[in-house]
Design a protein. Structure first.
Length: 350
């Protein structure tokens, strides 16, 4: 396993423990346990070769797709939410949309490796369209769009021609739209979040309603200053242990804490690109997809936390509180370690 990747995940995880301790003091032991569990998941996944991972990827994709269908019938939602994104399995809940992120990476890697340049567009079109469409119905538009964009980036990395890329993208979007069309009334919150985002730059008339979370986040960072107010001080920002965990860290450590987060994800991106570029075949695309997933989601979360994007509900990999995101991110990190092991065995990487 790659020591730099382990160090990065461990440091991000410890910052997550600090952030949870600041925003939800009673939950930090669970976050610490999650950090250990995440490292164990990475260790297990890293033992499988890239070829084995892509071999089982169609079965994994199919199983998670069935879970997305099951969510529509037996899914549960948290209090004050009408979304149905989780399946209750007793002591914990499963969120299939999070697992679908790594399933799409592995499946598209398998598809482009097995078919090279001789393939039809319908298979990736259906794979992407069905996944995004079922997630839109929950409704969970931020995750659906993220998976859509992630698949788009993987196809570019695989060397897909412009016309095939355009055809797949348009066709998959149509499939997802057909699925979600009857549920458009459930997407009204998107317009409200965009309206609240622009309100922060103008009259600030919505700070007590739909703009409350973003307003409180900005105030917390302003109060923290450059070095923060130190750990152990409570923070009053909604979802400060999940979507806004970066604000909790910034509140405790100041701008230096946010800069540390950015630096850690930059290290992860650089190492992931190095591993992907050192390989040929499925290992390369698997590493590229995992890097895109982890770093793009981190960038999106940090931009939202800094007030540069509307609220999306996307969590920070390895840092935010929550089992499902941790499992998905750890599997993706396992992909990177698997590719690293292949690169080491081939003498392509020191």
């Amino acid at each position: 396993m790659d020591l730099l990747l382990i160090f990065t995940q461990l440091t991000l995880g410890m910052m997550g423990v600090l952030g949870v301790a600041t925003s939800s003091p009673g939950d930090w032991p669970k976050q610490l346990l999650g950090l250990v569990a995440g490292l164990l998941i990475v260790a297990v996944v890293s033992k499988f070769s890239p070829k084995f991972i892509i071999k089982v990827s169609p079965y994994a994709y199919g199983g998670i797709l069935l879970l997305l269908v099951l969510v529509l019938f037996v899914g549960v939602s948290p209090d004050s939410s009408e979304s149905r994104r989780w399946i209750d399995v007793g002591p914990f809940t499963v969120q299939p949309s999070e697992l679908m992120k790594v399933a799409v990476i592995a499946y598209l890697t398998a598809f482009f490796h097995n078919h090279l340049g001789d393939w039809k567009i319908w298979r990736p079109m259906v794979v992407i369209g069905l996944a995004a469409g079922l997630i839109l119905i929950e409704p969970n538009i931020s995750t659906a769009l993220f998976i859509f964009c992630l698949a788009f980036a993987i196809m570019i990395a695989a060397g897909t021609t412009f016309w095939r890329l355009l055809s797949i993208t348009v066709s998959a979007a149509l499939i997802a739209t057909i699925f979600s069309f009857p549920y458009l009334k459930d997407f009204t919150y998107i317009g409200e979040r965009i309206k609240a985002f622009f309100d922060t730059f103008r009259g600030r008339e919505l700070t007590s309603t739909i703009g409350y979370q973003a307003d409180r986040a900005q105030q917390a960072l302003q109060n923290a200053g450059f070095f923060g107010i130190g750990p152990g001080r409570p923070i009053s920002v909604p979802a400060a242990n999940t979507d806004m965990i970066a604000i909790s860290i910034g509140y405790a450590l100041g701008i230096t804490g946010i800069m540390t987060l950015v630096a850690l994800y930059a290290i992860l991106a650089g190492r992931g690109i190095r591993i992907a570029s050192s390989l040929q075949g499925p290992g390369s695309l698997l590493a590229a997809g995992a890097t895109l997933y982890l770093c793009a989601q981190a960038a999106l979360n940090l931009l939202v936390a800094s007030g540069l994007l509307p609220i999306t509900g996307v969590v920070l990999p390895f840092v935010s509180y929550g089992l499902n995101s941790l499992v998905s991110a750890s599997i993706a990190m396992g992909f990177l370690h698997s590719a690293y092991r292949q690169a080491r065995s081939e003498g392509a990487l020191a």
